[in-house]
Design a protein around this ligand. Sequence first.
Ligand code: FE2
Ligand code: FE2
Length: 175
Amino acid sequence: MDSDKHSITRERLACLLNEDLAREYQAVISYVTYSQVMKGAEFMAIAKELESHAGEELQHAMMLSKQIDYLGVAPTTTPLAVRMSDKAEDMLRFDLESENETIRNYRERVRQAESLGEYALADAIRRILCQEQEHQIDLASALNIEVPKDGLGSNSSPVTPVMERAPRVLAKKSA
Ligand SMILES: [Fe+2]
Ligand SMILES: [Fe+2]
């Protein structure tokens, strides 16, 4: 009865988790870098947030490495490439797009782990997922856009990049 579902194996799951790990390392690097190079008074608050995201992504990488090793596979040491821009909005958008993808993947990973009876692994991924959703909200808020409808949408319905941020005048207070 359950054989009609495309079944996942532990090997396949470990391989997918390694892709997730590469994305976590990418997230660490992008949050570390973006939080330090982001310019503009209006972005200082979110830059601080990004710093704390960096630490959380590192914990995710740690957790995934442990689980991948537990599945008998060598954890990857190669991050996905990090995109760069000198515009703060671009950096936030890159991060948001990555978080959206990450959330889609982890939802799938929870289902896959459970289908293999790997409930502890499923729980570990659920905890990571909660933090990724918070990251997603932080980024969407900073960009003044709606949080993507639970990040589930297909890739064909990307977040609408409405950047109607009112131009801010950074005039010095005249003395
Ligand atoms: Fe993460
Ligand atoms: Fe994240």
